[in-house]
Design a binder for this molecule. Structure first.
Ligand SMILES: *[C@@H]1O[C@H](CO)[C@@H](O)[C@H](O)[C@H]1NC(C)=O
Ligand SMILES: *[C@@H]1O[C@H](CO)[C@@H](O)[C@H](O)[C@H]1NC(C)=O
Ligand SMILES: *[C@@H]1O[C@H](CO)[C@@H](O)[C@H](O)[C@H]1NC(C)=O
Ligand SMILES: *[C@@H]1O[C@H](CO)[C@@H](O)[C@H](O)[C@H]1NC(C)=O
Ligand SMILES: *[C@@H]1O[C@H](CO)[C@@H](O)[C@H](O)[C@H]1NC(C)=O
Ligand SMILES: *[C@@H]1O[C@H](CO)[C@@H](O)[C@H](O)[C@H]1NC(C)=O
Ligand SMILES: *[C@@H]1O[C@H](CO)[C@@H](O)[C@H](O)[C@H]1NC(C)=O
Ligand SMILES: *[C@@H]1O[C@H](CO)[C@@H](O)[C@H](O)[C@H]1NC(C)=O
Ligand SMILES: *[C@@H]1O[C@H](CO)[C@@H](O)[C@H](O)[C@H]1NC(C)=O
Ligand SMILES: *[C@@H]1O[C@H](CO)[C@@H](O)[C@H](O)[C@H]1NC(C)=O
Ligand SMILES: *[C@@H]1O[C@H](CO)[C@@H](O)[C@H](O)[C@H]1NC(C)=O
Ligand SMILES: *[C@@H]1O[C@H](CO)[C@@H](O)[C@H](O)[C@H]1NC(C)=O
Length: 683
């Protein structure tokens, strides 16, 4: 038996060479396709007889039995059944000649630079099953060419249609309704307008409907309930309005529903609050209101819940704490007015919780409850708990926290000592409170802390030396920590005193490494050791009472983009070495007591006069002529600009005058030498 089988295989092998010959109609169609492109595809067209060996082409014989019994050339040639050239840098247009591939089942040209409109006869290929033209530059309206009324009138086997991430515009055409095999339809990230065609809801096998990020509008009707096999529905970032239809009882398989950034209003429909398979629900940024009463006895799979930026009100229901699978919960920017339910302590999986911008109260109770959630890594409570006292209970334990924000609450009290147990903190924002006392030294032990915002408080005393020892601001190899996505909702930072302007950080890694101690009552010097923080991007110390000189060592913070020392009592001169900070784009030393010549060169040539104003004895650059202000600066007085002896040595004996050319020349030398004082991997 085995022998016979082997012989059979051998014979099949012998037939094989003939069998690799490409159907001439197909090779012609492929050549036509290539001619429509702006450039040639590598290895195509060497010999059209062998088009089946061209890159991205798959062939199949019409049937194996035909092949053995029929020895004619015609029936042993191969049909092209797949053309898959995703991400090959293809440019140009899709030629109509593609239609010649009568047996094509899979067409995947996603992630190229193809342009023009959808070939009008694309869906005339009756064997098509998978069409992926996503992530190209296609434009124009989606139409089904000669088969205006039905995309699947001919292509009746279509299972996957992916036209996402192009520039298609106009309405979604009527005609999908005949695609009885369609399982996946994505038209996301285009410029489609208008309401949804009725027949889109007549697709019995559809599992994924992705229309996100378009300009679609209108209401979502009860027809939605006909898509009974739907697993994933994404209509986010559109202009849909009206109530959410109460049809989720019919969508028994629905696992993911995203309708964020629309204009849906009214209450959550009862069927949605009882949806059995739903694990991901995102309704962020709508106009929804009323209480939220999830039936967690039914919703056993809910893991991700985002109801942020709506008008929900009432109290945060205790029932939510029975949704034991919850990992991420965002209730921020609503009108909830309550404590958090005691039951939240049972949310063993909870990793991210944001409740900012509501009217929550009793911070002490909140923390007492949440400390029982062992997996909590991100906690955002900003803009609640108005004018409460920050609890000092030293027994609180949040040992897995990576992000903590309790800003804009007007909290009073001292920096709580329980925080010192949260050694994994990456981001800490306690800005816009009334916290007082000293900044504790234990911050230095936070190995991962790279974003610390204590601005707009009443902290006093000196800046602790330990802040210059933050490991993740010294070394840039903390990327593993930063690259981890710990939360799925944005965090906001208020950036403007007077206006309500906010910065939005979507991911942990989008936070710039920062130390913001501005608007406090800090005294004492700016430590020369700040120079060690080579990974720091933002150092903001404005509006304090810092004194002494600006250390020249600050020029070692080679990644610094923002340095704001304005509104302090700093004296002395601006160290010339600061011209070495080649990424510095925002700089201010305004309103101090500085004198002497403003360094000339590097980024300093780009700073406005307002960066230096309020210092009566500063001159230089194009702003104030030095002749009339202070005596010509000498080498010796430049040496005096830094109070760091090591740094000063670099300047001695260098012959330089004042001027751009020599300034730049000197700065090259200065910048080169400074590197040795705090070598990259010191400590
Ligand atoms: C090529 O296409 C023509 C017209 O559709 C058809 O008559 C012919 O049989 C095809 N040839 C092969 C080898 O399939
Ligand atoms: C044609 O080029 C392709 C890709 O380089 C190669 O795999 C194939 O062997 C070539 N065929 C012939 C007949 O040269
Ligand atoms: C040979 O091929 C033809 C056409 O594809 C088919 O009709 C026929 O059944 C095949 N087999 C034999 C034994 O002719
Ligand atoms: C098309 O190809 C890309 C890259 O290989 C792949 O990621 C994508 O899933 C494919 N599309 C379909 C519908 O299979
Ligand atoms: C559809 O295209 C988008 C964008 O290229 C891609 O992210 C998605 O995975 C594709 N879907 C399938 C099923 O391949
Ligand atoms: C599409 O389906 C409708 C009924 O759902 C039918 O009347 C129409 O003839 C079909 N169109 C085509 C081209 O098959
Ligand atoms: C949805 O189902 C209802 C009831 O079966 C039916 O009347 C309606 O025509 C269907 N809608 C679509 C778009 O198929
Ligand atoms: C909650 O869900 C359970 C299980 O599906 C069901 O028995 C119960 O009636 C539901 N409660 C409400 C208030 O809908
Ligand atoms: C919630 O808001 C609605 C109006 O949107 C209001 O009628 C209702 O009284 C509010 N409920 C609570 C508990 O504040
Ligand atoms: C807590 O997080 C860890 C790591 O992400 C995970 O392995 C574990 O399953 C989580 N625990 C619970 C109860 O979800
Ligand atoms: C803050 O906002 C106010 C009002 O919109 C504006 O005039 C001012 O320039 C802003 N300040 C900064 C620093 O952006
Ligand atoms: C250097 O500064 C000190 C005080 O900081 C001053 O006494 C001395 O005269 C200065 N030297 C020169 C050469 O300007």
């Amino acid at each position: 038996m085995v022998f016979i089988f082997l012989c059979f295989c051998l014979q099949a092998r012998l037939v094989h060479p003939l069998n690799t010959i490409c159907n001439p109609n197909d090779s012609k169609a492929l050549e036509g396709f290539q001619n429509g492109l702006d450039s040639r595809i590598d290895g195509w067209g060497n010999n059209s007889l062998y088009c089946c060996s061209w890159k991205g082409v798959t062939c199949e014989s019409s049937s194996a039995s035909d092949m053995v019994q029929n020895d004619s050339f015609q029936s042993s040639s191969m049909w092209v059944v797949g053309l898959e050239l995703a991400g090959n840098g293809l440019k140009g247009k899709l030629s109509d000649s593609l239609m010649g591939l009568t047996h094509l089942r899979t067409l995947n040209l996603s992630k190229n630079f193809l342009r023009g409109s959808l070939p009008s006869n694309l869906f005339d290929m009756q064997n098509l099953e998978v069409v992926d033209l996503s992530s190209n530059h296609f434009s124009g309206s989606i139409s089904f060419g000669s088969f205006d009324a039905a995309i699947c009138g001919v292509a009746g086997h279509l299972e996957v249609v992916n036209l996402s991430s192009n520039k298609y515009l106009g309405k979604i055409p009527f005609g999908f309704g005949n695609c009885s095999s369609l399982q996946y339809l994505s038209l996301g990230s285009n410029l489609l307008t208008g309401s949804l065609p009725e027949d889109l809801f007549g697709l019995p096998k559809l599992k994924t409907l992705d229309l996100h990020d378009n300009l679609l509008s209108g209401e979502l009707g009860s027809n939605l309930g006909n898509l009974s096999n739907l697993i994933n529905l994404d209509i986010s970032v559109n202009g849909f309005s009206g109530f959410l239809p109460d049809v989720f009882i019919n969508l028994q398989n629905l696992e993911q529903f995203s309708a964020n950034s629309n204009k849906f209003s009214g209450r959550l429909p009862a069927s949605l609050l009882n949806s059995r398979e739903l694990s991901f629900l995102n309704l962020n940024r709508n106009l929804l209101n009323g209480p939220i009463e999830f039936n967690c006895t039914a919703m056993v799979r809910l893991t991700f819940l985002d109801l942020g930026s709506n008008h929900f009100n009432g109290s945060i229901p205790d029932s939510l704490s029975s949704c034991q699978q919850l990992i991420s919960v965002n209730l921020a920017r609503n009108n909830f007015k309550s404590q958090i339910p005691e039951g939240f302590k049972n949310l063993r999986s909870l990793s991210s919780l944001s409740m900012s911008n509501n009217s929550l109260y009793n911070l002490s109770e909140t923390l007492k409850i949440l400390q029982h959630c062992p997996n909590l890594t991100s906690l955002v409570l900003t803009k609640n708990y108005h004018n409460e006292v920050i609890p000092a209970d030293s027994k609180f334990r949040f040992k897995n926290l990576k992000i903590l924000a309790i800003a804009n609450c007007g909290l009073t009290g001292l920096m709580p000592s329980w925080l010192s147990n949260s050694k994994k903190l990456n981001v800490l924002d306690l800005s816009w409170n009334h916290l007082e006392g000293r900044i504790p030294h234990w911050f230095g032990e936070f190995t991962y802390l790279f974003y610390l915002d204590l601005s707009n408080n009443s902290f006093a005393g000196e800046i602790p030396q330990s802040l210059t020892e933050l490991q993740s601001l010294i070394f840039s190899n903390t990327s593993s920590v930063q690259a981890e996505q710990t939360e799925n909702f944005p965090l906001f930072k208020r950036v403007n005193h007077t206006a309500n302007t906010n910065l939005q950080y979507n991911k942990l890694w989008s936070f710039p490494p920062s130390l913001d101690l501005s608007y406090n009552m800090l005294t004492g010097p700016i430590l020369p050791e700040f120079g060690k923080l080579q990974h720091l991007h933002v150092l903001n110390l404005k509006f304090n009472m810092l004194s002494g000189q600006i250390p020249g060592t600050l020029s070692s913070m080679t990644n610094l983009e923002t340095l704001d020392l304005s509104h302090n009592n700093l004296s002395g001169m601006i160290p010339t070495s600061l011209v070495c900070l080649s990424f510095l784009s925002t700089f201010s030393v305004a309103y101090n007591d500085l004198y002497g010549i403003i360094p000339n060169g590097g980024q300093f040539l780009t700073f406005p006069e307002s960066s230096f104003e309020g210092n009566t004895k500063l001159c230089g650059l194009q702003f104030v002529s030095c002749q009339s202000q202070v005596p010509q600066q000498t080498e010796a007085s430049v040496v005096n600009t830094t109070n760091d002896t090591e740094g000063s040595i670099e300047f001695v004996g260098l012959p330089f005058g004042i001027g751009v050319v020599s300034g730049v020349f000197v700065s090259v030398i200065i910048c080169f030498r400074w590197r040795f004082i705090f070598p990259k991997k010191s400590m």
